[in-house]
Design a binder for this molecule. Structure first.
Ligand code: ME8
Length: 627
């Protein structure tokens, strides 16, 4: 009965309002991981869903003069389609806690724990946070408010069923210590151990006075605590009690992906429920960080939620997915801004990836009549093949560690290296010199790198891999991760040049801070021609120590390499500039900055807020005159 299905879950979300990009963040991450494992040929179960019971939903429904089910159903439908559909979420099962299959499992578990003496009836007196659906003792409150979310709590005193967490406290502690992968990132492990060491109190697992929930078996005045109900979804979806054969193949879950604020439920209450049921514990509970707006968490009730559909309308599925997966190291908090989404898309997708594709297909068109040349490896220095092999391993390892952003960073390192390779190898020179062997190797290497990138991006992006492959002349979809190996695809395909796969996004029109300058006085054509403007390629870039504005660049102007000191450090990272073409004022009188002689300046456009270097929109030779 070996475990054979790779099982990943997201939290099941409250359908109390439409979801925001914080929810999309978790779900897209889980989706990428699920797709990655499928691409490696594994059987995967990826489950998401909705947590529909509880007081919060009941109150919302009352306010809307609807039954709770009437209230949640359209929201749940909206989450499935358009929200998850348009984000490309490839869930295998969508579980709603209002389904019969789930109610049966929750009630069966409750009854069993009661029979075993793990659940008993008593009196609960304490505090309750309605929005979080969590119970608190007096001593845990902070300034009389919920210690998790800071909102007011309500006093409750009622008959209640209790779950004896304390009985399993030592076993849980011992499991956490002996399984360092169980709670991740590691910092959350320490938090949980501290929480356990402070002593676990028995948990109230039922409520009276509300109807919207699963009734306690045999005692219908009580409904089961919504977290007890919700956590059980992971078992229901795995087939627990309904299809035990499937369950054996699926359980334990490999990853429960959750936001950091609910790690405690997943790393304390949930494993204790499983210990009491004599079931193996999940391999990993991963608590990722929050998307912040400014300094605060984006939240449904905080009025700062960003609607994913609006972003999808504006930027498309892949730009939104890429941003969510790449921008913030998985595990840490990160600020969301639309500008950072635009910048990410423009720099990585439009510039680096888009240019590599259009340059490569253009050169294969021009120098090889659209036909991908074959590799004559004897003369090839293997730069791209070697890096591709490294990246193949790195992506795999990063995903194993759930370091999704690192995996994408590795893929884009390969993209950037390939762009630089074009500048170094200068295929147009090889063509002029008639060096067909070298030219063929270089073109095949670039084409093959793009094909590998299309494989590596398959788990993360939905439409892009096929669009890249179309232009490369490949109609077959990506089938397996091991296709991302250099030399896998034979020569002879016919490239199809096409439109840019990611057109640059123009920053939003309403730009505060744009300096609307008065037009300058007219000048003669001679005055303009006195400027020697030329295209150059950045060969090296580094920061000028002791300043926060200056970069020192080495640029190739077609005749020689020259040094230019430029005040663009706040807008560009040195590594991002290497290999880029720029426009320089070549006949500016040299002058010294911080002891460095600068021979010329770069042209850049500035709206007072953002600054963008000026560059030719397609590749031209270094030294080309700008006029
Ligand atoms: O907690 N940044 O549901 P929920 C990142 N029903 N992720 C965020 C986020 C943000 N600003 N805001 C929300 C519940 N999330 C329970 C779960 S599971 C058995 C029951 C994500 O609708 C993150 O994954 O409040 C967080 O844990 C989840 O949405 C909370 O969703």
């Amino acid at each position: 009965m070996g475990q054979s299905v790779w099982y990943i879950t997201t939290p099941i979300y409250y359908p109390s309002d439409n979801l925001h990009i914080g929810h999309a963040y978790t779900t897209v991450a889980a989706d990428a991981l699920a797709r990655f494992h499928r691409l490696k040929g594994e059987a995967v179960l990826f489950v998401t869903g909705t947590d529909e019971h509880g007081q919060k939903i009941q109150r919302k429904a009352e306010a809307a003069q609807m039954t709770p089910l009437e209230f949640v159903t359209p929201i749940v439908q909206y989450i499935q389609d358009p929200l998850w559909k348009r984000l490309g979420i490839s869930y295998d099962d969508f579980i709603r806690t209002t389904e019969d299959r789930h109610r049966q499992v929750v009630q069966a578990i409750f009854a069993r724990l009661q029979q075993q003496g793990d659940i008993y009836k008593g009196i609960y007196e304490g505090w309750y946070c309605v929005p979080d659906e969590s119970y608190w003792t007096e001593s845990k409150l902070v300034d009389g408010k919920c210690p998790d979310c800071g909102r007011p709590v309500e006093r409750v005193r009622q008959e209640s069923y209790f779950f004896r967490l304390s009985r399993y406290q030592d076993r849980l502690r011992e499991h956490i210590v002996s399984h360092p992968d169980f709670i991740q990132p590691t910092s959350r492990q320490h938090e949980m151990l501290n929480f356990i060491d402070a002593g676990l109190e028995d948990l109230s697992v039922s409520r009276t006075g509300i109807q919207w929930g699963i009734p306690v078996p045999g005692d219908p005045d009580h409904v089961i605590y919504v977290w007890f109900d919700a956590l059980t979804n992971y078992l229901t979806a795995a087939g627990y009690l309904s299809d035990m054969r499937r369950f054996q193949a699926v359980w334990p879950a490999n990853v429960h992906l959750v936001g950091k604020e609910i790690v405690r439920f997943h790393a304390v209450i949930w494993p204790i429920m499983l210990l009491a049921l004599d079931l193996p514990l999940p391999e990993r509970v991963f608590g990722h960080g929050w998307l912040l707006i400014g300094q605060s968490k984006m939240g449904k009730s905080l009025g700062n939620a960003v609607d994913p559909i609006a972003l999808l309308d504006r930027y498309g599925t892949d730009a939104v997915r890429y941003y969510l997966l790449r921008e913030v190291p998985f595990g840490a908090d990160g600020s969301y801004t639309e500008d950072s989404l635009i910048l990410r898309t423009n720099v990585d997708l439009a510039n680096d990836l888009g240019n590599l594709l259009s340059r490569t297909t253009a050169m294969i068109h021009r120098f090889s009549q659209d036909t991908v040349p074959s590799l004559v490896s004897a003369a090839d220095d293997g730069v791209l093949a070697q890096l591709a092999a490294e990246v193949y391993r790195e992506v795999d390892e990063a995903i194993e560690a759930l370091a999704i952003s690192d995996a994408l960073a590795a893929v884009f390192r390969l993209v950037r290296r390939a762009n630089k390779y074009i500048d170094e190898e200068k295929p147009w020179d090889l063509a002029r010199q008639g060096d067909q062997v070298r030219l063929g190797n270089v073109l095949y290497g670039l084409w093959e790198t793009l094909r590998i990138v299309s494989v590596l991006l398959t788990p993360f992006l939905i439409e892009t891999p096929a669009r890249i492959r179309y232009q490369l002349g490949i109609d077959e979809p990506v089938r397996h991760y091991r296709e991302a190996i250099f030399g896998f695809d034979p020569a002879g395909r016919q490239v199809r040049r096409g439109a840019p796969i990611f057109p640059r996004i123009e920053p939003k029109p309403a730009m505060a801070g744009v300096e609307h300058q008065e037009n300058a006085p007219p000048i003669s054509i001679e005055a303009f021609q006195a400027l020697d403007l030329r295209v150059a390629t950045v060969r090296a870039a580094s920061v000028v120590e002791g300043t926060d504005k200056l970069l020192r660049l080495t640029v190739d102007d077609g005749v020689r390499e020259r040094t230019i000191v430029s005040g663009i450090r706040q807008h560009y990272a040195p590594d991002d500039l290497v290999g880029q073409q720029v426009v320089i004022v070549a006949n500016l009188k040299p002058s010294k900055f911080r002891g460095i002689l600068s021979e010329g300046m770069l042209l850049a456009a500035s709206d007072g807020e953002r600054l963008s270097l000026v560059a030719p929109i397609s590749h031209v030779k270094e030294g080309a005159r700008v006029k």
